[in-house]
Design a protein around this ligand. Sequence first.
Ligand code: PMP
Length: 406
Amino acid sequence: ETPFNVEALRKDFPILNREVNGKPLVYFDNAATSQTPQQVIDCIVDYYSNYNANIHRGVHTLSQEATDKYEAARLKIQKHFNANKSHEIIFTSGTTHGINLVANGFSSLLNKGDEIIVSALEHHSNIVPWQMLCERTGAILKVIPMNEDGELVISEYDKLLSNNTRLVFVNHISNALGTINPIEAIIEKAHQIGAAVLIDGAQACPHIKPDVQALDVDFYVASAHKMCGPTGVGILYGKEAWLNKLPPYQGGGEMIAEVTFEKTTYADLPHKFEAGTPNICGGIAFGAAIDYMNQVGFNAIADYEHDLLEYATKKLLEIEGLKIYGTSKHKTSVISFNIAGIHPYDIGTILDKMGIAVRTGHHCAQPIMDFFKIPGTVRASFAFYNTKAEIDALVEGVKKATNMLL
Ligand code: PMP
């Protein structure tokens, strides 16, 4: 770790130099996807320039080099998440893939009347696969409610847990509101009644370094593209015993031990869940992204982003009619807001004209919008490469948009 210096770090991100609509880009859509540092771009170029080959198959040098780098990335990821074994790290195409892999696997383990608990703060990718699982198995979906601050109501969770609970699925940090959920307590309570827990870490991993063994979590999923890596790659962490219990998700090459037309036997972990040619370059670049973020340092990232969040919250609340959704004290650098009488989409469109990228809409979390009885919000989400000057530009932009629209 080197001392945190935002101006130096910004030089690592070529995209931050570009203009949008004639204005310097202000990128505040980090919760949708993060930007990519030169170190990760170089890693991708190096792969395709020097050792692009299929892995685990060839005896030739390029294939061996690609395999070694891919497996080295798995070890890096294992270390980062503090998994006990490297084969507990399954490469996926992203968080959505990891969740579907687990949901599909549980089809054969659940019975009619079994219960699954999700939370009111979930992304659609952590709702729909469980609804589909319930349709297949006759299991019942229950929902931990949230309060006006956008926090889960843990006393209600206590009431939902029963001897029928098999699985609990909660995100570590909400993408729509930024709330950090008390996953330690959620996991412990689920384990007390023998239920398994999957944590969706898509929004947490850009901000904190999860320790899956300390959390004692059964499954943890994440996407590289939210943490300075490329799109189309992510991981599923699963405890070895659970991964051995779940059936394979997809059939194909790489995931077999022996194939005959009578019977096929499956490969050992992790290959059992890695059918077909994976995103080889993506996996290697994910490793590079993890190296990069660790070099910046997760403590420094958390401190700096907290500072940005407090600064932006204070400045934005000075604007008349502005309401922030998600007011928990435990939150990361996401601000979801609306201005009375203005549709979020209109603010987003005007901000774009000023070179400011925010997300508008329901953020794949319609139940949260329904809770607040709004069609959507404007969401500004900050990363460690953002600055207070950029927040000033956002505040000015929102003021101008408000004057134009009201
Ligand atoms: N869960 C949460 C909390 C997310 O924010 C996202 C991405 N917006 C996902 C899941 C899905 O991730 P991906 O699209 O990378 O599969």
